[in-house]
Design a protein around this ligand. Structure first.
Ligand code: ZN
Length: 479
């Protein structure tokens, strides 16, 4: 057993169990044995093999990202930031996923390694990775040092466009079934991984691309295993209209009717509820149904904000009693930026400075995510919690003056101030460098993979367009 102590930390985000919230603590020691925190308080009395000086440091609980797609989103850098389709209520999801997808496993590996580095460097220690099952995933994840919740995705249908205004579905139920079996086998392998840092999330991909039977069986499989279930629900206007067309009710209401809402369920996005100004459906029941069922919502503001869409609003979800977590649906894989955007956009949506607080967002990015993942031992700095810690440097200019270091971190410095990261008691970032993976090498492979993806676009796009026609450069290229 190896004991590490971080001595006399200037500022600690500690956990007040009785109040159920994070609190600032000053000048305390944090000690951990192997992978578990054993002491938070003044003057740790025991011996330690490793002593770290906590002067000029803020120590935060490791951040928990409950929604990401690392195997392809980095391939979209420079492609998707301004890509959307006006005739599909601004979303570019359907056109983009038809024209551009990870061309091969080499691309997936490069993309995932690159994203894992970004996540670690911004203080994420636990990650829900929603990706199709691919070879090498478990090994790469284990190597990253992250705490992994692998969510192999599957679906009974594929989206297909013949034009830019009607979303169509190509159904293949046998494929969905086979994907489900493959996913469960992969999850069971992850759970058994000797690192004990890996787990799984049952992940039928979207409410509109899975049959009711596949969704129900997915819910049963999650409950049998004691694991979370995640599914994209209410992520686009087209999706909600499609479900109303099929079933006469909203996506959230249909999800409830088929029995997949519950405390183990994480709704991917849950943005377009019946109360949303872009939906305005008469029922006005979705928010209450999510709250009553005990579901969590994975909020990822960045991709939606880029389309001109916002959650209406994060504060109302919290006050309805919904457990809110955060995710990085796209690049940058930076959960600190997601906290900042979620706070600002909630206030814009509500026209109210008191819609949410910074503490609300930090809670969601830590304890909220832990609850969604059914884990009481994550997202907090307290004895018996896992030693997942982020050490922030208070001397970087964007952190100064240090009156309120969480505000400095979220609104100003973000990943620039992350110095060291520990996951399961093991140091995975030191002096702002990832120790476990090679981001520069992954970036070279990622750039080649992106070229392969872009070259394939004309064969995949419904109008046979080139990548530059689908997503023109932001500035014209001069002769
Ligand atoms: Zn997603």
């Amino acid at each position: 057993m190896t004991t590490t102590v971080i001595r006399n930390v200037d500022w600690v985000v500690g956990w007040d169990e009785k109040a159920g919230r994070h609190v600032y603590r000053r000048g305390v020691d944090i000690a951990f044995d192997d992978n578990t925190i054993i002491f938070v308080g003044s003057n740790y009395p025991g011996d330690a093999e490793r002593v770290i000086d906590g002067t000029d440091r803020l120590v935060l609980p490791g951040l928990i990202d409950i929604h990401s797609h690392p195997q392809h989103e980095p391939l979209y850098r420079g492609v998707r930031e301004e890509h959307g389709v006006r005739n599909m209520h601004m979303t570019g999801l359907y056109e983009r996923s038809q024209a551009f997808s990870a061309p091969d496993d080499e691309a997936r590996a490069a993309s995932a390694e690159f994203a894992y580095c970004e996540l670690l460097l911004s203080g994420v220690t636990s990650l829900v990775d929603i990706s199709p099952a691919w070879d090498g995933w478990i090994d790469l994840f284990a190597r990253s040092g992250l705490r992994g919740f692998l969510a192999p995705g599957y679906a009974s249908a594929r989206w297909r466009l013949d034009n830019d205004y009607r979303l169509k579905f190509e159904w293949d139920e046998a494929r969905g079934r086979a994907g489900f079996e493959t996913a469960l086998a992969l999850i069971d392998r992850a759970v058994r991984h000797p690192s004990k840092r890996l787990s799984g999330v049952v992940s039928p991909m979207q409410i509109d691309t899975c049959t009711a039977e596949l969704l129900r069986d997915s819910g049963d499989a999650a409950r049998e295993r004691g694991l979370p279930l995640t599914v994209h629900v209410a992520q686009s206007v087209s999706e909600v209209h499609e479900i109303i067309d099929r079933h006469g009710k909203t996506s959230v209401q249909w999800a409830r009717e088929i029995g997949i809402l519950g405390p183990q369920t994480i709704l991917g996005h849950g943005l377009f509820l019946d109360t949303h100004s872009w939906i305005r459906w008469w029922s006005k029941a979705d928010l209450g149904l999510i709250a009553d069922s005990g579901c969590s919502v994975a909020h990822c503001p960045t991709p939606f904000a880029r389309y001109g869409q916002i959650m209406e609003n994060f504060g109302d979800y919290l006050r309805a009693g919904i457990n809110m977590g955060l995710g990085t649906d796209t690049t940058p894989h930076n959960l600190v930026e997601e906290m900042r955007k979620a706070a600002v956009l909630a206030r814009v949506a509500a026209r109210d400075i008191e819609a949410v607080t910074t503490a609300d967002l930090l809670h969601s990015a830590t304890v909220g995510g832990a609850r969604a993942l059914l884990r009481q031992d994550l997202g907090r700095i307290a004895p018996d919690a896992k030693a997942d810690l982020v050490v922030v440097d208070l001397t970087v200019p964007q952190m100064m003056p240090v009156r309120d270091p969480v505000r400095s971190f979220i609104y100003h410095a973000a990943d620039r101030a992350v110095r060291d990261v520990f996951v399961d008691g093991r140091q995975v970032v030191a002096d702002g460098k990832v120790l476990t993976l090679d981001q520069a090498a992954a970036a070279t492979r990622l750039a080649r993979a992106q070229r392969r993806m872009l070259e394939a676009a004309p064969q995949r796009d419904y109008r046979g367009r080139s990548a530059d026609e689908i997503s023109p450069l932001s500035l014209p290229l001069a002769d």
